[in-house]
Design a protein around this ligand. Structure first.
Ligand code: PGA
Length: 251
């Protein structure tokens, strides 16, 4: 499995010229042994799509119906037709700021899988060394994957993103590779309990939260992560190119 490196641009940049510039830089720094994905805001999907050859296109959200009277929403089918291959679901910023519930995340996961999209499901606790982190992560995974079939697990990626480590949170600091490793073992255990060993092994586990060129190697090696979800540093082409370079090296 090659490492997956996802650029989560969040609600950036501000216009299409900048989006195109950033996407071109990322495309030109794409490497052979690493899978790169850019997840821009919806309006920039068709803008950057034509210049992406090695890099895949991702979305930051979707709705669970394919069409209809759902003002302001974007459907899995619309994304699919636009050439989107990946979708980030359950990001903590949506759970916290937009009230996305476990139930909504589950509906989105099922709709995305039905449309053959690959899912980057974000899970993570809100307090460092907080009591019950494992319980929260366990609940997030179990509820998001309710009624999901084993045979779709090869299209599932779980991003462990401790909320307190996200760079825009006050006092944020990256997690340690050791803790990330422990959580990845725990995530595998939950998945094995739900689906069995073999299907659980198909799920790629990546880390997100203040990833930068200095710490990415630690998460991939000691943390045993199979990729990273990058917010802030994905808006800096030089930093992101270095993250791709480091992630392309074999463990
Ligand atoms: P960050 O964001 O890299 O800026 O911490 C990661 C994310 O929230 O996906």
């Amino acid at each position: 499995m090659v490492n997956l490196v996802v650029a989560n641009w969040k609600m950036n940049p501000i216009d299409k010229d900048e989006a195109l510039f950033l996407a071109q830089k990322i495309e030109s720094s794409a490497k052979k042994n690493v899978k790169a994905v850019i997840a821009p805001p919806f309006p920039f999907l068709p803008v950057i799509k034509p210049i992406l050859k090695k890099v895949s296109l991702g979305a930051q959200n979707l709705f669970w119906e394919n069409s209809g009277a759902f003002t302001g929403e974007v459907s899995p089918l619309q994304l699919k037709k636009m050439g989107v291959g990946y979708v980030i679901l359950g990001h903590s910023e949506r759970r916290i700021n937009l009230g996305e519930t476990y139930e909504m995340v589950n509906r989105k996961v099922k709709a995305a899988l039905k449309s053959n999209l690959r899912i980057i499901l974000c899970v993570g606790e809100s307090e460092p060394e907080g009591w019950g982190a494992a319980t929260i992560i366990g609940t997030q995974i179990k509820t998001a994957l309710r009624d999901v079939k084993k045979n779709s697990l090869s299209r599932l990626i779980i991003a462990y993103e401790p909320i307190w480590a996200i760079s825009t949170m006050p006092g944020a600091r990256p997690d340690t590779p050791q803790n990330a490793f422990q959580v990845s073992v725990y995530i595998k255990k939950i998945l094995t309990g739900l689906f069995g060993r073999r299907p659980a092994d198909l799920v790629q586990i990546i880390y997100g939260g203040s990833v930068n060129p200095e710490n990415v190697g630690g998460f991939l090696k000691e943390g045993n992560m199979e990729g990273v979800l990058v917010g802030g540093a994905s808006l800096n082409p030089e930093k992101f190119a270095r993250i791709l370079q480091i992630s392309s090296q074999k463990k």
